[in-house]
Design a protein around this ligand. Structure first.
Ligand SMILES: [Zn+2]
Length: 397
């Protein structure tokens, strides 16, 4: 196996469970072990490395022009419970591989090259992409109850404030990541050049009916909230398929009240989640769902918007650069949106141009012990990342 694949299996293997999956939650003992491993390698490569007040790792390789903005390569060091080796760790070890190659080839970059390994990217009581949101200054540590939640991770609001960076000094942020979907694998393509990260919009939808005796209430006189909700879900699912190929719709949570086997349900609450690159499409879809709800008799619906994270486009010039690198290296690739959120989001939110490189996830499996990417693809992605860094170094960013 290549150096990168070895490094990925070694550091990414920290937190391995008996079934082969990986549990390396943010801020855990395993997390800091992995962080130390990466830090040691950074230092061995002549980088200055330090842990910030919220447990992110930052390494810097100085450039020849002290005025030049930094090129940042980053991803996260944590996993979900029973996750895989690749999610997150690929971006950090892939970035180390870039520095190994620079050293081997005796190349010095004009721009400083930084590697950021983030803490607590996966969902936690602190909210997902915690480490990168702290760096971007997007975490409100004063929010009610937040100090108590931070304390569970050994942190204080001061830590959050102290982790914020002045992002004007950074010319771009590149993240090398597994796709976590099956688009590349099923199409037999080697690389995905990410166009942007899709928006996530969620509603809490409640169906209101009337509870009554399950034995004495004849079918025509029922106002069954669960039947109404079921019709709406099936209708929305069909509409999503019709509206756009890349629109996804999920009901992941449902609660039924009063929840007794001999009582007709009077209230059903469901989460409606929709994801797409284009706000116009999710807006249209939501309007269609509302219209459908009005047509469902015997039931009334209310909608509360709970999440509205709108899409984050990647930087057009970075997309172009990565696209050209793939073409030059003769690597099959497509330009595609990311259905999952990443540490790149907060960077883009604070004005840093972002670019992302995807490699195929076999069968689209991720957040699971069976997560796998062919070692050949791991190395191809590193080739793309390396050549992209060299190309960007020739520009002013
Ligand atoms: Zn990830």
């Amino acid at each position: 196996m290549s150096r990168l694949n070895d490094m990925l299996q070694e550091i990414g293997g920290i937190g391995r469970n008996e079934d082969g999956s990986i549990t390396r939650l943010g801020a855990s003992e395993g997390y800091f072990q992995a962080l130390e491993q990466v830090k040691m390698r950074m230092e061995a490569l002549g980088m200055k490395a330090e842990q910030d007040p919220v447990g992110n790792l930052h390494g810097i390789l100085p450039g020849t022009d002290p005025e030049a903005k930094s090129i940042v390569l980053g991803s996260h060091l944590d996993t979900v419970i029973k996750g895989g080796v690749f999610d997150g760790m690929l971006g950090v070890t892939g970035a180390l591989e870039v520095v190994y190659r620079l050293k081997e080839q005796g190349r010095a970059l004009k721009h400083p090259l930084e590697i950021w390994g983030f803490n607590l990217e996966e969902s936690s009581p602190l909210g997902g992409t915690f480490g990168s949101r702290c760096v971007a200054g997007m975490v409100d540590a004063e929010a009610p109850g937040y100090a108590e939640r931070l304390a569970k991770y050994g942190m204080k609001p001061e830590n959050v404030r102290a982790a914020k960076k002045d992002l004007d000094k950074y010319g771009c942020y590149l993240e090398y990541h597994i796709e976590q979907g099956d688009k590349l694998d099923s199409a037999g393509l080697d690389i995905g050049v990410v166009s942007g990260i899709v928006s996530v919009v969620r509603y809490e939808v409640t169906a209101h009916g009337i509870s009554n005796h399950a034995g004495t209430t004849m079918m025509p006189s029922r106002k069954d909230a669960l039947v109404g909700m079921s019709k709406l879900i099936v209708g929305a699912d069909a509409r999503a398929r019709e509206l756009d190929d890349t629109l996804v719709f999920t009901v992941g949570k449902l609660s039924v009240a009063p929840g007794q086997e001999n009582v007709i349900p009077n209230e059903v609450v469901a989460t409606f989640e929709m994801r797409h690159m284009d706000k116009a499409v999710t807006d249209q879809f939501y309007a269609d769902i509302q219209a459908m709800a009005k047509e469902i008799s015997n039931c009334e619906f209310t909608f509360v918007n709970t999440v509205a994270k709108y899409s984050t486009p990647c930087d057009p010039a970075l997309i172009d650069t990565i696209d050209h690198v793939c073409t030059r290296l003769n690597i099959s690739h497509i330009i595609m949106p990311s259905g999952a959120g990443h540490d790149a989001n907060p960077m883009a939110h604070e004005g840093v141009p972002i670019g992302m490189v995807f490699v195929p996830s076999v069968k689209g499996i991720s957040h699971h012990g069976d997560e796998w990417t062919d070692p050949k693809h791991i190395d191809l992605g590193a080739d793309v990342l390396y050549e992209t860094v060299l190309a960007l170094d020739k520009t002013d960013l």
